[in-house]
Design a protein around this ligand. Structure first.
Ligand SMILES: Cc1ncc(COP(=O)(O)O)c(C=O)c1O
Length: 356
């Protein structure tokens, strides 16, 4: 990231830090936030001077558009600290491009690039102590935009807030994950906004996911809304299937979030001489591969855990467990990506960006 901060950011530092009250060995994901937040308001047709202020509650009119029409988008990214106290971001340019892609689809004005990177850089330096060293520790960064104009007319807001908040995170282990393959509910439809990281995409998943939880699963793998024959993505992860010695994942479309980790997994797998096929993948193909013993692994990819191995899956009332295997692709690829994130390995793809 540029050393020169070109954006004028008004900074109000917190009078005291909350950091000494935090037990960094017992963090529950996304529940504790750092001392500061970045805020930039949009009004009168332009983004105003950005600010960094002590982390605090927002005051909004109850009729603000975000509460009624869900005009809101967000991102999820992480900062990592290496053994020499260097702070690194992983492909942040991808998150910047994606939040603006999401914004455009939700009729939210796009955010200027220099505001985003200068804001992030300044915020991370200010809250630097909240990023703990150690493989697996990180700072989860949540940029988001909400529609703040008062008034319940169903039309795009003329006022917004772009905010960045940060939450310390430990190595993520979600326990054994079992997934249900959707055969009735859908997450997204063609022409819709499944590709956007829009708040409503997540709200719509909660109810069907709760049903899956009652049936003993932790997540749903969504299938295409038309036929439910093709596998698409999971709750907050893209999905990969290892069939024989090939990795298969479906192509990106307007129904699927273009995951930064997914892209990185594809590149890294190829670099590790693992064959990758990006093509539509049918539920029937996975069921058949499971039956004939060629389905060796299923895993999800996403910022939270990099890769989350899937222990078992269910479809239309049947359940299967996947065998535990040696030489797991999930493990190999995850380690290779994490070594880049934590500045432990050469970064030949240029993914790692220093905060300084
Ligand atoms: C719906 C969905 N799919 C996939 C992903 C994975 O994306 P990324 O690798 O950029 O975190 C996420 C998480 O952000 C998600 O919410």
């Amino acid at each position: 990231m540029s050393k020169e901060t070109i954006t004028k950011i008004e900074i109000e530092k917190a009078a005291t830090s909350k950091i000494n009250d935090v037990d960094f060995n017992n963090l529950s994901f996304g529940s504790i936030f750092t001392d500061h937040m970045f805020v930039c308001d949009y009004k009168n047709g332009s983004w105003q001077t950005p600010k960094i202020i002590p982390y605090q509650k927002l005051m909004l009119d109850p009729s603000a558009r975000v509460f009624h029409y869900g005009q809101a988008v967000f991102e999820g990214m992480k900062a990592y600290k290496d053994d020499e106290d260097g702070i690194w971001l992983f492909r942040p340019d991808e998150n910047f491009l994606r939040i603006n892609k999401s914004s455009k689809r939700l009729a939210i004005p796009e955010f200027p690039e220099e505001y985003f990177f200068d804001g992030l850089n300044t915020l991370l330096k200010l809250d630097n102590k909240w990023i703990k060293k150690g493989f697996g520790n990180s700072l989860y960064i949540r940029p988001f935009v909400i529609a703040t104009e008062a008034g319940v007319s169903a039309s795009p807001s003329s006022e917004y807030k772009f905010i960045i908040i940060c939450s310390p995170a430990q190595s993520y282990y979600g326990g054994e994950v079992r997934v249900k393959i959707a055969d009735h509910y859908s997450r997204a439809a063609s022409g819709g906004f499944g590709f956007a990281k829009a708040a409503g995409n997540y709200a719509g998943q909660f109810y069907p996911t709760n049903i899956a939880k009652e049936e003993g699963f932790q997540q749903v793998i969504w299938t295409d809304a038309n036929t439910h024959e093709y596998l698409e993505e999971a709750g907050t992860m893209n999905v990969f299937f290892r069939i024989g010695d090939k990795l298969v994942t479906c192509p990106i479309s307007d129904r699927i979030l273009d995951g930064v980790t997914r892209k990185s997994v594809i590149t890294m797998a190829k670099d590790l001489n693992i064959e990758v096929e990006v093509r539509p993948i049918k539920v029937a193909e996975v069921l058949e591969a499971n039956k004939n013993g060629t389905l060796k692994e299923i895993f999800g990819s996403g910022t939270a855990a990099v890769i989350n191995p899937i222990a078992g899956f269910g479809y239309k009332g049947d359940k299967w467990e996947l065998p535990k295997i040696e030489n797991s692709y999930a493990k190999k690829i995850k380690e290779a990506i994490m070594d880049i994130q934590y500045n432990k390995a050469e970064d030949k793809f240029g993914w790692r960006i220093k905060v300084d």
